[in-house]
Design a protein around this ligand. Sequence first.
Ligand code: SAM
Length: 283
Amino acid sequence: MESDVQKFWQKNPCGAELVGDLNDRSRAEYEAFFARYDEYRYTKEAHILDCLDAVAFDGKRVLEIGLGQGADGEQIVRRGGFYSGVDLTDEATERTRMRLTLKNLPFERIERASALKLPFDDNSFDIVFSHGVLHHIPDIKTAQKEIARVLRRDGKLVAMLYAKWSMNYLASIFVFRRLGLLAMYFLGIKADGIYGDHLANAKKAGIWKYLSMDNFINVSTDGAFNPYSKVYGTAEVRADFPDFEISKTGKYFMYAPPLPVSRLPLASLLGWHLWAELKPKGS
Ligand SMILES: C[S@@+](CC[C@H](N)C(=O)[O-])C[C@H]1O[C@@H](n2cnc3c(N)ncnc32)[C@H](O)[C@@H]1O
């Protein structure tokens, strides 16, 4: 299963398709890509910068797990963190290393590695940061054990997980998108893009199997071919992170396509991004 996850993210470097991916690997192309990616990310999800400001990174040893385009890694370094990062794919590690190098920003180690087997000694970090990643790891119990191992006893894990108690999960994914696909399927409506991908997938897997929530949650987050996603409330966090206790949570980002919810002032109640701060149990 981890090899499916790895193949998917190597082929779909997180968020690149939203702004137009790199055309080549020249310095100018990287610089232009990082600029348009960051502009898009921190405009659409402006809360990320506020959430990062609320974490005291300065002077701390920080490990990021799951790097994407390295955008938050840059923000952590700019906030004074001594930064290391790992990602399952060569693509994300290369992009993050390139980003920091081109901008003359310091880092310790950036390596291709899995959260299931972190290449660091026990008690190496003050903070482990992971945005939008841990909900894509099927064997999360092993990953959380590894995170607890590399964290100092007085350290913390700061993670963004997809929120179960959100408009996106409860209304859009659970109800509207499933009904929409069902209607398109039985009415024989043709479609391109993501809807076309869903229809083709549903034909291959069988419509009822495809729409079962065990499957539909995967393909309704991060693209129609995403092999694994899970949604979290505090009960699921407690169950999946047994070596930790929750010290703080907050929800952000009204997002529930195709529903036009971005302006509703309900993010703290029904937002899609659950930020959780966890500390090792007994610390
Ligand atoms: C949705 S992207 C998030 C990237 C970035 N943190 C962001 O917010 O844009 C998920 C990233 O996690 C990485 N990933 C998935 N499973 C992983 C694992 N077991 N260990 C390390 N990285 C993993 C993927 O390769 C991908 O780069």
